[in-house]
Write a protein that binds this ligand. Structure first.
Ligand SMILES: *[C@@H]1O[C@H](CO)[C@@H](O)[C@H](O)[C@H]1NC(C)=O
Ligand SMILES: *[C@@H]1O[C@H](CO)[C@@H](O)[C@H](O)[C@H]1NC(C)=O
Ligand SMILES: *[C@@H]1O[C@H](CO)[C@@H](O)[C@H](O)[C@H]1NC(C)=O
Ligand SMILES: *[C@@H]1O[C@H](CO)[C@@H](O)[C@H](O)[C@H]1NC(C)=O
Ligand SMILES: *[C@@H]1O[C@H](CO)[C@@H](O)[C@H](O)[C@H]1NC(C)=O
Ligand SMILES: *[C@@H]1O[C@H](CO)[C@@H](O)[C@H](O)[C@H]1NC(C)=O
Length: 268
């Protein structure tokens, strides 16, 4: 009997220190740019514990309800939705989306999490973005990385944007670079123009600036676009900092359980 009470108690204590550990993530990272028009990796069922996968769109940029649809980069019907583009809230703050890679983890760790990115180099140094991880960036795994989703910000080998919008691949700019001037944004499909302009306006055409990042509670402005809310978001709710706190109610329950267990131990 003694053993099992000890066991329960240590489980509770282990949970106190580890059950929330996935939410307390921060560090320094590199950024890149991408916009490949493919179905985002977090748009599949079961990629993480979340309310539903990230919204993807059909070839006409309309929301798809079938999360099993294959990617348009491989003959399937699902593409990225152009409304998952960055936008400026004011001179120093923007919202957006990113393909994420965090070292030693796989995508259930980041899919649909939101991160505050404080830029630490280039013309955007001192500016901040909050991004939601709508995709995974497994192509470079030598550093923690946020590949910012910026229309026209990069090309890809699959030419899915050309397919989706029935335009020449050349309008998307140079290989691995994307368009190189604000005026080239005007050649893009209409739905991709404003996100492309953002790069030359708010983002000041920064060349893959570095960031300090921390996980934050997802703003409705972002989850409203992807439709995806992680189950562990609620562990961030009671805390304004990156460190999760325990609500007074759960502390009360925890204290009560500890007292009962201690009392039963005295009896046995
Ligand atoms: C959360 O992260 C901070 C900074 O990395 C660290 O100091 C702190 O100990 C962490 N807290 C928990 C509960 O993991
Ligand atoms: C474009 O994408 C490729 C492949 O992911 C990447 O290596 C490159 O750094 C990207 N370019 C920019 C400017 O981010
Ligand atoms: C910009 O917007 C953010 C988010 O709403 C806000 O926290 C910040 O104070 C604003 N900054 C300025 C300079 O208005
Ligand atoms: C794509 O564009 C070409 C020429 O602009 C046109 O002939 C063709 O019908 C278009 N295809 C689709 C599927 O809209
Ligand atoms: C980002 O900057 C804000 C404002 O200076 C600061 O409160 C926050 O701790 C910073 N976060 C990171 C991860 O550096
Ligand atoms: C986004 O927010 C608006 C305004 O609150 C609401 O009308 C709309 O239904 C929301 N869309 C989604 C997909 O949640």
């Amino acid at each position: 009997m003694r053993f099992s009470y000890h066991f329960i108690l240590s489980l509770l204590l282990a949970c106190l220190s580890h059950c929330s550990s996935n939410v307390n993530i921060s560090g320094s990272a590199i950024t890149t740019r991408y916009w490949d028009c493919c179905k985002p990796s977090c748009s599949w069922n079961g990629k993480a514990q979340f309310s539903r996968p990230v919204q993807s769109c059909d070839i006409h940029d309309q929301p798809l309800s079938d999360f099993t649809a294959g990617t348009g980069c491989n003959g399937g019907a699902a593409f990225s939705c152009t409304n998952q583009s960055p936008w400026a809230v004011n001179d120093t703050f923007s919202y957006g989306f990113a393909g994420v890679y965090i070292m030693d983890h796989v995508e259930d760790y980041w899919c649909c999490s939101c991160y505050r990115l404080n830029f630490t180099s280039g013309p955007v140094k001192g500016k901040t973005m909050i991004v939601q991880a709508h995709n995974t960036a497994y192509d470079i795994i030598t550093a923690d990385r946020f590949s910012l989703a910026i229309p026209g910000g990069n090309t890809s080998t699959t030419d899915a944007c050309a397919l989706e919008f029935n335009v020449s691949q050349s309008v998307f700019g140079e290989s691995m670079v994307g368009v190189t001037s604000r005026s080239q944004c005007d050649d893009l499909p209409t739905a991709m123009k404003s996100g492309c302009h953002w790069r030359f306006d708010w983002f000041e055409d920064a060349d893959n600036p570095s960031v300090d990042f921390e996980r934050v509670q997802c703003p409705a402005a972002l989850t409203n676009i992807t439709g995806c809310v992680r189950d562990d978001e609620k562990e961030l709710v009671s805390s304004s900092s990156a460190i999760p706190s325990i609500s007074p109610f759960s502390s009360l329950i925890m204290t009560t359980i500890v007292i009962i267990v201690a009392f039963l131990q005295v009896l046995t």
